[in-house]
Design a protein around this ligand. Structure first.
Ligand SMILES: *[C@@H]1O[C@H](CO)[C@@H](O)[C@H](O)[C@H]1NC(C)=O
Ligand SMILES: *[C@@H]1O[C@H](CO)[C@@H](O)[C@H](O)[C@H]1NC(C)=O
Ligand SMILES: *[C@@H]1O[C@H](CO)[C@@H](O)[C@H](O)[C@H]1NC(C)=O
Ligand SMILES: *[C@@H]1O[C@H](CO)[C@@H](O)[C@H](O)[C@H]1NC(C)=O
Ligand SMILES: *[C@@H]1O[C@H](CO)[C@@H](O)[C@H](O)[C@H]1NC(C)=O
Length: 644
């Protein structure tokens, strides 16, 4: 059924061809096919001519491949039907049968589609489908090995790849945003493409060029230009630079920091050359005595570090660079000057004088630059004089001590050097501190110190036995330290420190006082009430002297016992009160009277009395801990005894 139709169309087409080829007059030439542009993946809408309202109801669609039409779809009374074959599942009718929709267009669909009405004499209509696909972002790969400017022929600069475009995109190479053109023996652009199984093209383009030194920072990139139904477009790769190797033409020495150098600075002498890679450097320094250049060992090629710089580092430095490729040797020299101030001297070196007289101090120093002098008081840092000479009139004792001469170079900021000199004024010893008090604990070893000054420097002796240690603080003063055991005798007498020199003697006394341990903080009386009053006034008044005779651990024991007693007293008091309460009423007789008649401090003794009456075993515990068998009633004395 279909075959005759097809043959018919074929014959018709062939007939038209022969007619056109022959150029028979009166017959219209076959019109050029209508062009339909679509993007890959989209749907192509094939319309069978501009106005075929009625004809559209019955017509056949063909796809033409290699001049051979193949029936792919037929429309009868507005109803469509696919023919078996490659288009079977992608075709559908739209627009009441006037439009044939081809879905999921691929590059393989780029061909002519033909429609033919079923009416006799109806014209065929040809549609050329043109398919487009934008390539992916171009990737660029630079030649990381680099290019030498000495290369005789173009070398690979970079490779550009644009994947999956249709049709093949155009590639343009750029250097510094200017397009590169093919140039004989200078610039070569080799482009090739491969067809992917999808029918899309992947383009690869290699840029080869001969480069010059100035190209070391040149930015290369490729650009893909392509067409879409919407118009012309392009995509650019990122920019790359290629390493360019070129021989050094210049070599120079650089010194950091620039400007005036001084001793102590961190100085770097650096060899630099304009070649890539840099040549191998050798740094030498002229020997000032032999005038010969001597090679310096360096950690890094072309870098000599002077840390800290010294005046001996001054001199002529030379840098040599040898290009291993071209064997060209380059050289540069630079004079280095390390400014210095040294050898600051003061005369006289050990100035000494009597009170009321005068002294002249003169300062000198060595430097390669003009110097300025400044005199300062060491202790205060106060500036006394500008200039090398310091005059001291009408000397007082206080004028003794350190003086600084600072020699500085005004032209080199921060360059200075100082010398300390000590002025001695003849005089008898002075004590650094007057009589003092020290808080001590008995039986511990204390360090006592005593400082005295005078000229000649005094010596120190102590009134007590102990191990003394003397230390010279400055040429006129001495510090003596003495380690002593705190004994009752020492507490009584204190320690006297005596300083003497040929001009006299002076002394100071250090008094030792025991630190209180037994007395409870006074404010606790209010809160704990009766209990604290067990520490009787006698005990307090005598506490210092009592402690003097008591060894340390026992006095602690006393505190503990006192606290225990207080707690017991409270407990017993509570028990007693409860007992009387239980009996019906509180007694107002004997104890009540006593409370009124006795002074408040005796009251506590009575409380303790009660306790000792009622609980003899606890009293025994108290006594047992001290080995004391005093009568329980004499509480005040008992506490004094406890301390013995
Ligand atoms: C003296 O030199 C030191 C460094 O050695 C610097 O810190 C100081 O500022 C200098 N003083 C003067 C007055 O130049
Ligand atoms: C002993 O030294 C003091 C200063 O601590 C001083 O005031 C006193 O004059 C000196 N005594 C003698 C005799 O130098
Ligand atoms: C110092 O110790 C000696 C014995 O070592 C003694 O004779 C002298 O009295 C002691 N002096 C003083 C001040 O304690
Ligand atoms: C030691 O106790 C006495 C009398 O209780 C007092 O006057 C003195 O200030 C106390 N000293 C110290 C260091 O607590
Ligand atoms: C020590 O206490 C007794 C009474 O026990 C008293 O006579 C003496 O004056 C007191 N001593 C001092 C230094 O308070």
């Amino acid at each position: 059924m279909e075959l005759p139709e097809l043959v018919c169309v074929f014959l018709l087409a062939a007939c038209c061809h022969c007619r056109r080829a022959v150029g028979v007059p009166g017959e219209a030439e076959q019109p050029a096919p209508e062009v339909l542009e679509v993007e890959v993946g989209s749907t192509a809408l094939l319309k069978c001519g501009p106005a075929r309202s009625q004809d559209s109801l019955s017509l056949d669609w063909f796809s033409v491949h290699k001049e051979k039409p193949t029936l792919i779809y037929r429309v009868r009374q507005g109803q469509g039907q696919s023919e078996p074959g490659e288009y079977q599942h992608r075709l559908s009718l739209q627009d009441k049968g006037a439009t044939l929709a081809l879905a999921h267009v691929t590059p393989h669909d780029e061909r002519i589609f033909l429609c033919q009405g079923k009416r006799p004499r109806s014209q065929e209509h040809r549609i050329q489908l043109q398919v487009y696909k934008a390539p992916e972002e171009p990737s660029i790969q630079v030649n990381t090995l680099g290019i030498s400017v000495n290369s005789e022929e173009p070398e690979e600069v970079a490779t550009c790849v644009g994947r999956n475009g249709y049709p093949v995109p155009q590639v343009t190479w750029y250097k510094n945003r200017l397009p590169l053109k093919e140039e004989k023996n200078r610039v070569h652009i080799q482009s090739s493409q491969i067809v992917e199984s999808s029918g899309l093209y992947t383009l690869q383009s290699i840029l080869k060029a001969r480069l010059v030194k100035e190209d070391k920072d040149a930015q290369f990139y490729c650009e893909l230009s392509y067409r879409l139904p919407s118009g012309n477009h392009m995509k650019e790769s990122r920019e790359v630079t290629v390493p360019v190797f070129y021989p050094a033409e210049k070599l120079w020495v650089e010194v950091v920091p620039t400007g005036m150098l001084k001793e102590g600075d961190h100085v770097e002498i650096r060899c630099l050359a304009d070649g890539n890679p840099p040549p191998h450097f050798i740094i030498s320094k002229q020997n000032p005595s032999t005038m010969e250049m001597e090679e310096k060992a360096t950690d890094h090629d072309g870098l000599l570090v002077l840390e800290p710089a010294r005046k001996e580092h001054s001199g002529l430095y030379e840098c040599q660079g040898l290009d291993l490729d071209t064997t060209v040797s380059l050289m540069d020299q630079q004079e280095l000057l390390v400014n210095y101030v040294s050898d600051v001297r003061v005369s006289p070196t050990t100035p000494e004088s009597h009170e009321g007289s005068s002294l002249t101090l003169t300062c000198e120093a060595e430097s390669n630059q003009a110097l300025e002098f400044l005199w300062l008081r060491e202790k205060t840092g106060k500036v006394l004089e500008k200039g090398p000479v310091l005059l001291l009139h009408n000397l007082k004792r206080e004028a003794a001590g350190g003086y600084l001469c600072m020699a500085s170079v005004p032209s080199v900021p921060g360059l200075n050097s100082t010398q300390l000199v000590n002025v001695a004024i003849y005089g008898s010893p002075w004590m650094a501190s007057k009589e003092r008090k020290l808080w001590v604990k008995e039986n511990e070893v204390m360090r006592l110190s005593c400082e005295a000054s005078g000229h000649p420097r005094p010596t120190i002796s102590w009134s007590v036995n102990g191990t003394a240690h003397e230390q010279d603080k400055d040429p006129q003063s001495v510090l003596s330290t003495l380690n002593v055991l705190v004994t009752p005798d020492l507490l009584e007498t204190g320690a006297e420190c005596v300083a003497s020199n040929p001009l006299g003697r002076n002394s100071t006394v250090i008094r030792l006082e025991l630190v209180n341990l037994t007395t409870l903080p006074p404010d606790s009386t209010a809160t704990t009430g009766l209990s604290t009053s067990t520490a009787s006034p006698h005990a307090r008044a005598n506490s210092t002297s009592a402690e003097k005779k008591l060894p340390e651990p026992e006095s602690k024991g006393v505190v503990i016992v006192a606290v225990i007693v207080c707690i017991l007293v409270l407990a017993v008091l509570g028990a007693v009160l409860y007992f009387f309460y239980k009996k019906g009423k509180l007694p107002c007789g004997r104890s009540g009277k006593q409370e009124i008649t006795l002074p408040p401090l005796r009251k506590s003794e009575i409380v303790v009395e009660v306790k000792s009456d009622k609980l003899p075993e606890e009293m025994g515990l108290l006594q047992g801990s001290n080995g004391d068998k005093r009568a329980p009633g004499d509480q005040g004395e008992k506490y004094i005894d406890l301390r013995h």
